[in-house]
Design a protein around this ligand. Structure first.
Ligand code: ADP
Ligand code: MG
Length: 618
């Protein structure tokens, strides 16, 4: 289903607005899109690099810088350099208090607010605001690299994120000026990047092992009919590649006979050694020995020693995998695929441990630190409607409604509504004793149904005869995720009911949708004028009908003069109605209404006293 965006200022439209995929990571964030060759591709804005460290630094003017530029301040200005903000998203101080020591910046626990704030300089920031800074940077990079505005995104979150963490991510996106089309689970995105789940007939159970910089999680997913169900998740939000770096650092301090507390006081030295440790770790993913010197300090490490240093941590991740399988009630043999995600799975020892545990070679041919963003881009492409092979309906491209008096379109489900969706409205009859009601369903943006596309028509039959305006007919529209519209009409007093099913997208090409939207813009002004005239006419006609019936039925309560004067008002309303002038119609209708109001009250009083006479009051 195509998504078309219209620039309201110019009335022009853009058929293929790019929706980007964003991996908002604890350590690194990145953005990807689907390139013109239809392949997912990560964005490297003018060689600035693909990964943007998820770090924000504030200077004295409270101006923010993000990424590698901010990373440099980790040593020189740690109090105003915020990292790992993802761990604080949607969290209360209580949630993070146990780990507060690892944050070099100030986390505020104000009793008034359930959620944490972070202090930098003289200002307080919510994790949402800080995440928004990172997203703004990604948005700017994407716009610069793609040379087009980027307003919409799919953002990924860990599968274990709760509602408030997901909402916080959404809010961060909004704050960064992004319309967040969907929040997608990171393991789901990773599967999509490997092409798993794209074929709706495919049925698979997979394990996604994600070891990043500071967090580890494993998710067991069941994929069926293109739907991803998370069967179980497990992990540790304080376990990751940073722990490997720390283990190496401690090892070097010991080997060089240094005192950890002394080194720890020297921020610059600490940071230099930590970066050196990370470099060693990365090098050992492809070589057997690392050998460097920092001043007097020897930074030497061989692969075997490194593996001993991290063995216990890696074992912890395997225990988490066991627990996840147990929760999902599955054995390793029942896992069809294992996917590796996160930069730390580049370490061969980690890869091997995962392979040993699951008893099969994990999928690792896509860059583990890019795979989530690439999958998010694929999801974005599906939402943009560019993949007709997958039915992942998101919004309805045209409004759906019914015809009301005078041939007007009454919209029940508006264009761009998220599906599945449900909406309804109440209607009534316009003629006394009306027993049938014709319900015509239309699709389109024009005010007059005759300019829209007719989808179906049916009669609600068997409404008990009642005065006009008394029956209550509920019309409900139900649009399911497969794009099937169920229209239900029910008269509430009698319970008579009628229902039909329609497929609104049937036979509707992208070009048709486009044309319909363009037409609606072009005719917007004249449509509004017509609608107002029709509404005035309907109102006038309805009043005419009631007034004529009234003087006929209740002549006994009216004088000759009153009747003749009412008739004069009726005639001038009739003339106005044939004039097609909205204001005249409304004016004449008003006059008739005002003139007859006292009669109506009199009739009502008479009716009440008649009713009272029949009753004995003692
Ligand atoms: P996150 O999902 O937490 O944002 P990433 O998936 O980007 O994190 O992983 C970052 C971690 O991956 C860091 O600890 C980094 O040192 C580690 N890493 C990156 N490249 C390698 C490599 N070649 N070998 C081992 N670890 C690596
Ligand atoms: Mg990650």
């Amino acid at each position: 289903m195509a998504k078309i965006s219209i620039n309201l200022a110019t009335g022009s439209f853009q058929k293929e607005e790019i929706i980007v995929g964003i991996d908002l990571g604890t350590t690194n964030s990145l953005v990807a899109f689907i390139n013109p060759e239809k392949n997912p591709q990560v964005i490297n804005d003018s060689g600035k690099g693909i990964l943007v460290p998820s770090i924000v630094h504030f200077n004295h003017q409270n101006e923010a810088v993000v990424g590698n530029e901010a990373k440099e301040f980790l040593t020189t200005d740690p109090a105003n350099t915020i990292f790992s903000v993802k761990r604080l998203l949607g969290r209360s101080y209580k949630d993070v208090a146990d780990h507060a020591a690892i944050f070099s910046y100030k986390i505020i626990d104000d009793d008034t607010d359930a959620l944490v704030k972070i202090q930098a300089g003289d200002r307080f920031y919510t994790p949402i605001e800080l995440s928004a800074e990172i997203l703004k940077e990604l948005k700017a990079r994407a716009e610069h690299a793609l040379k087009t505005p980027v307003n919409r995104a799919v953002i990924t979150v860990p599968a274990y994120f709760n509602d408030s963490q997901r909402q916080a991510t959404r809010d961060a996106g909004k704050l960064a000026g992004l319309d967040v089309m969907r929040i997608v689970n990171e393991p789901t995105a990773a599967s999509l990047a490997y092409g798993i789940g794209l074929d709706p007939s495919e049925q698979k159970t997979i394990a996604v092992y994600d070891l990043g910089g500071g967090t580890f999680d494993v998710s067991i997913l069941q994929i069926q009919n293109g739907i991803f169900e998370v069967l179980a998740t497990n992990g540790n939000t304080y376990l990751g590649g940073d722990d490997f770096d720390r283990a190496i650092l401690n090892y070097w301090i010991e080997k060089n006979n240094l005192d950890l507390t002394v080194v720890a006081e020297d921020n610059i030295l600490m940071q230099t050694l930590r970066l050196q440790a990370e470099a060693a770790k990365k090098a050992l993913s492809t070589q057997n020995l690392y050998n460097e010197q920092v001043g007097e300090i020897w930074c030497t490490l061989d692969k075997q020693t490194f593996e001993q240093l991290i063995a216990a941590k890696v074992e912890e991740t395997i225990t988490a995998c066991k627990n996840a399988l147990k929760d999902a009630d599955l054995t390793t043999a029942e896992i069809d695929e294992v996917i590796l995600v996160g930069g730390s799975t580049r370490t061969p020892f980690v890869k091997q441990a995962v392979e040993n545990f699951f008893g099969k070679k994990p999928q690792d041919n896509i860059n583990p630190d890019e795979v989530v963003a690439l999958g998010a881009a694929i999801q974005a492409d599906v939402l943009a409607g560019n993949r007709s092979d997958i039915l992942l309906l998101d919004v309805t491209p045209l409004s759906l409604g019914i015809e009301t008096m005078g041939g007007l379109m009454d919209v029940i489900i508006a264009r761009n509504s998220k599906v599945p969706t449900k909406a309804g409205r109440q209607y009534t009859t316009s003629i006394d004793g009306q027993v049938n009601m014709k319900i015509s369903v239309y699709q389109g943006e024009r005010d007059l149904v005759k300019e829209n596309r007719k989808l179906a028509e049916f009669d609600l039959k068997g409404i008990p005869a009642m005065p006009a305006g008394l029956p209550k007919v509920d019309i409900n529209f139900l649009l399911n995720a497969d794009g099937i519209l169920t229209v239900q009409a029910i008269e509430l007093r009698s319970g008579v009911k009628q229902e039909i099913e329609i497929t609104p997208s049937y036979g509707l090409s992208d070009d048709t949708v486009e044309k319909m939207l363009l037409d609606s813009i072009e005719h917007a002004k004249s449509d509004v004028e017509q609608r107002m005239l029709i509404e005035a006419r309907s109102e006038g006609e309805q009043l005419l009908y009631t007034a004529e019936r009234f003087i006929e039925k209740h002549a006994e309560h009216l004088t000759e003069k009153e009747i003749s004067e009412t008739k004069v008002h009726i005639e001038s309303l009739k003339t106005a109605l044939s004039s097609q002038e909205k204001d005249t119609i409304l004016k004449k209708a008003d006059e008739l209404n005002e003139f007859t109001r006292p009669f109506a009250e009199r009739v009502m009083d008479a009716a009440i006293s008649t009713a009272m006479k029949g009753k004995k009051i003692e």
